[in-house]
Design a protein around this ligand. Structure first.
Ligand code: SF4
Length: 73
């Protein structure tokens, strides 16, 4: 089972919480809108097992559901 993380940047309010929880995964554009640190153009990314706990915390803390998680078989 893999965890797929999707971003909905249109919803992001640039609060900065997700990078506190998962600094290696999330970064921001010049307006503070979320993107993937390693793949800024991507809107979805599989989460490495070591990052699952951090990304899940970021997902839970995002106030506007701009981060989505799906379990994939
Ligand atoms: S926690 Fe959500 S609203 Fe805040 S910066 Fe991250 S994606 Fe944007």
């Amino acid at each position: 089972m893999s965890l797929l993380c999707k971003l909905v940047p249109e919803r992001c309010i640039a609060c900065g919480l997700c990078q506190i929880e998962a600094p290696d995964i999330f970064d921001y554009d010049e307006e503070g809108i979320v993107l993937f640190a390693q793949e800024p153009e991507a809107h979805q990314q599989f989460v490495q097992p070591l990052e699952e706990a951090n990304v899940t915390k970021a997902y839970q803390k995002c106030p506007v559901r701009a981060i989505l998680l799906e379990k994939e078989n």
